[in-house]
Each structure stands twice: as C-alpha cells, then as structure tokens.
Design a protein around this ligand. Structure first.
Ligand SMILES: C[S@@+](CC[C@H](N)C(=O)[O-])C[C@H]1O[C@@H](n2cnc3c(N)ncnc32)[C@H](O)[C@@H]1O
Length: 223
C-alpha cells in the first residue's frame, strides 16, 4: 500500500482558497437529510480548511474534524473558535481512524478517500464501516476514469491509481480513479443509496475545462 500523503494547504491561495471555504452544494442536502434522520455525531473525514465542519457545527451537529494534515486541523480549529464553536479535533490517517467501533452517525468524505491506492481505498472503506453505527450513512466522492487527469501520462501506482503531477497542494499525492463497476464492488458490504457521475466545469489558464467525479451515498445495514 502506498504511503498516505495529505495536502499542502499553504499552496492554496486566492480564489482557490475561497472555494475551499464555501460548503459544497451537496452538503446542504446532506445537512437536511441527516437532520431529518435524527443523526448527530458527524465526522468530517479529511476536513481541509473546515468548510463542512463549520456548516454542520453551526447547525447543531456534534462535529469530529479529522485530517492527516496538521495545518488543516489547526485552521479548522481557528475558524470554529472564531464562531464560538468547539469540535473534537484529531490529526491522523483515514487508514486507521481514532474512533470507537459504531460510534458515528454520518460521515462526509468529500474529495478525500481517493488520495490513496486501490488497497488504501479498500482499507479506508473498511474503517468507515467499522466506525459507522448500524443504519449510519456516508457520502464520498471519487475521481472518475473519464477525467482528463486519469488520461495523463503520470506515474501509475496500480491499475486505478496515478500520482498527481500538477504543481500545487496535491503535487505527487496519489489519486485513485473509479468507474461504476469498481464503485459497486467497493461498496458491496453497504446499501448503495445513490451513485451519480457528475461533470464539473471550471476555468483554468483562460480555458473552460471539466472534471468527472462519482458521488456516492451509502448506508450501513441495520443488522
Ligand atoms: C481535496 S481536500 C478536501 C477537504 C475537505 N473535505 C473539503 O471538501 O473541503 C483533501 C483533504 O484530505 C486530506 N487527506 C488526504 N489523505 C488523507 C488521509 N490518508 N487521511 C486523512 N486525511 C487525508 C488532505 O490533507 C486534505 O485536507
């Protein structure tokens, strides 16, 4: 299994920083869904600058903010403190999480789990399953094999994984890319509530580009 490598958040500035401080579109749906389900203990797995920790904290959830990058956890803590919020903060690796078995209601893993190789992704999913309560839910995103990045001539780690070679916060961070069959296999132990293949457009170097991601919502069986 490849060694885990977090983001270098110091390399994120300007407009990109604003992006990572604004909650994703999907998080508002999840907030509503998970409140209606009576969920409370929320893990922001790979919290980054804390945009989802803060959103869920402001809406009454008990928040567990977790990232492999110390700077990310510190920045989440500072932001939460400035709003009078207090979370459980941990620095660690998704491959071995510091939470008790069946202790969390819901987990958001937005653009995180694919920062490993195939074996690492499998291990992280088994950790998610371990820490989720029966009936608990997890929302994850994965880069898609339809993405331009997967077609780049970058170093391959295994058949699904490449090292990301663009200078910036994720330079040389492993990226696992999925397709629909792979997603179904990876989550065969869960109930798959929903899988979407989403194309996002963005501007880079005065060009409109796009990337494809799988968005996956799964539920752990009630047993
Ligand atoms: C693309 S950022 C997403 C941040 C946040 N989820 C969001 O949507 O704003 C990926 C985050 O995952 C963290 N990360 C990468 N590998 C990790 C690992 N093995 N364990 C825990 N966190 C990890 C990175 O340090 C980074 O903060």
């Amino acid at each position: 299994m490849i060694e885990s490598k977090g983001w270098n958040w110091k390399a994120v500035e300007g407009r990109d920083k604003g992006y990572w401080q604004t909650p994703s579109t999907e998080s508002y749906y999840l907030l509503h869904r998970w409140k209606e389900s009576g969920f409370n203990r929320f893990l922001d797995l790979g919290c980054g600058l804390g945009r989802h920790s803060v959103l869920f904290g402001l809406n009454g959830f008990e928040v567990f903010a977790f990232d492999i990058n110390e700077d990310a956890v510190e920045r989440t803590k500072e932001w939460a403190k400035s709003l009078g919020l207090s979370f459980d903060y941990r620095i660690g690796d998704m491959l071995s999480m510091p939470y008790e078995d069946e202790s969390l209601d819901c987990i958001l893993c937005m653009n995180v789990i694919a920062h490993s190789d195939t074996e690492g992704v499998r291990q992280a999913i088994s950790e998610l399953e371990r820490v989720l309560k029966p009936g608990g839910e997890c929302y994850l995103t994965f880069g898609s094999k339809s993405s331009r990045a997967f077609k780049q001539d970058w170093p391959m780690v295994d058949e699904n994984t490449k090292l990301f070679m663009v200078e910036g916060p994720e330079y040389k961070v492993p990226h696992f890319y999925a397709d629909r069959d792979l997603i179904c296999k990876l989550f065969s132990g869960f109930e798959i509530v929903n899988v979407r293949h989403v194309e996002d457009y963005f501007e880079r170097d005065k060009e409109i580009r796009s990337s494809f991601h799988y968005h996956v919502l799964v539920k752990k069986s009630e047993q």
